[in-house]
Design a protein around this ligand. Structure first.
Ligand code: ADP
Length: 234
């Protein structure tokens, strides 16, 4: 088991190095062309824009890596009562511009509070990642629907989309670090390949179960089921 963990760490380090190198090389390439006067004045905004996009990608990637390594180290955030219905509404609002941009509809349903005790920042990150995936791996005219509800005394969060879907053989693997089904699509939409591994890790922290239902070309539904809260009412 120790050897397994060690191999995982080494693999992760190698992957991180590779993921950092690609955007950096692209930034250097662009800057060199400008430096050597090889970029026409009218092409300048495109080149500089590309450099900025790649730099922004690096920032997002590093933020995700820091988040995962904190989780790996067992650093725990503050645990407070969290209303998942309100949190979903907040995340949906936050992502509405991105959804509009991609021409997909995003909505939250349910008004009843669904309370758990948890790490608010981590839960927000998990929901954001799931909703963002619903936007990114979708088609114009598609939807993302999210809700929280109580079922058998447990809080259940559902994020459903009718986007591209995930083939059965990839459904487990997408939770691995840096695993992407369609690398070019993920890169194009600014994906780091770490979103679902943060969701998985966050679910473990909250002792929540993850279930995925997906079919290629039909869409994906991810469900998080939290344990019954001992202090809550039955
Ligand atoms: P990324 O940053 O690439 O989105 P994730 O860890 O969030 O990384 O997801 C891993 C891969 O799983 C994605 O690259 C994509 O291929 C696939 N995926 C994730 N969510 C969805 C979804 N809702 N619909 C279809 N494919 C998805």
């Amino acid at each position: 088991e120790e050897a397994f963990a060690e191999r995982n760490r080494r693999e992760f380090t190698a992957n991180v190095s590779h993921e950092l190198k690609t955007p950096l090389q692209s930034i250097m390439g662009g800057a060199e062309l400008i430096e050597n006067g090889l970029v026409k004045q009218e092409d300048m905004p495109r080149f500089v824009g590309h450099i900025r996009t790649e730099a922004a990608r690096l920032v997002t990637l590093i933020e995700d890596i820091i988040r995962l390594s904190r989780l790996d180290e067992g650093v725990r955030g503050e645990v407070t009562p969290v209303d998942l219905t309100a949190l979903i509404q907040h995340c949906v609002q936050k992502l509405t511009p991105a959804a509009q941009n991609a021409q997909v509809s995003i909505s939250a349903s349910g008004n009843d509070p669904v309370l758990i005790s948890g790490d608010h920042a981590l839960l927000e990150e998990m929901l954001t990642n799931l909703l963002e995936n619903g936007i990114k791996y979708n088609h114009a005219g598609g939807y993302i629907r999210a809700r929280a509800e109580m079922a058998d005394g447990r809080a259940v969060v559902t994020v459903a989309d009718n986007g591209v879907g995930i083939a059965p053989e990839d459904q487990q693997r997408v939770f691995e670090r840096f695993y992407r089904v369609d690398k070019s699509r993920s890169k194009q939409t600014g994906g780091t390949g770490l979103g679902l591994s943060i969701v998985k890790h966050g679910a473990q922290v909250h002792h929540a179960q993850i279930a995925m239902q997906s079919a290629l070309g039909e869409g994906t539904t991810i469900t998080l089921t939290f344990p019954a809260q001992s202090s809550g009412k039955k």
